[in-house]
Design a protein around this ligand. Sequence first.
Ligand code: ADP
Length: 166
Amino acid sequence: MDAATAIYPGSFDPITNGHLDILNRAREVFPRVVVAVANDPGKAVLFPAETRLGLVRCVLKEIGADDVEAVGFDGLLAEFARTIGARALIRGLRAVTDFEYELQMALANRRLDPDLETVFLMAEARHCFLSSSLIKEVARYGGDVSPFVPRCVADALRDAFRSSGC
Ligand code: ADP
């Protein structure tokens, strides 16, 4: 177990500036941060797992974050965290609406692995309203998402909704 390694898991469907805000805060605190993209996040997704992971990698390149690894994972997060030697699990907290779900997950993960500590970080106020769902909704209706997502994500959203004809 490595106290220096943190895992930042999520669906990242797609990664937004809100995710990046949390990731950059985690990088300030932990020498090694691994972004873990859930292959099957248990909710309906727009982008398949390989695309979501590819977009995370593209964004890491775009911001020059060579220190951050991005990987896909299946199955129990606590198990996967153990395999990469993570000691901290990063989650972002927005409004109170996130709290109940996050509390439940944090307590469940603590039961599964008492050595894995969930660490909650808050994004800057201007990123607090951002969610992947909101961004997809804006993109679906042809709105400009470029203020809210990195460039490769904005391009991918444009292509996804252009090709689906939505
Ligand atoms: P999941 O399906 O696991 O919730 P998400 O990709 O939706 O995956 O979110 C991953 C993590 O990033 C969650 O902890 C979520 O609260 C956090 N997050 C996403 N967007 C923001 C944001 N704008 N501000 C703060 N945290 C955020």
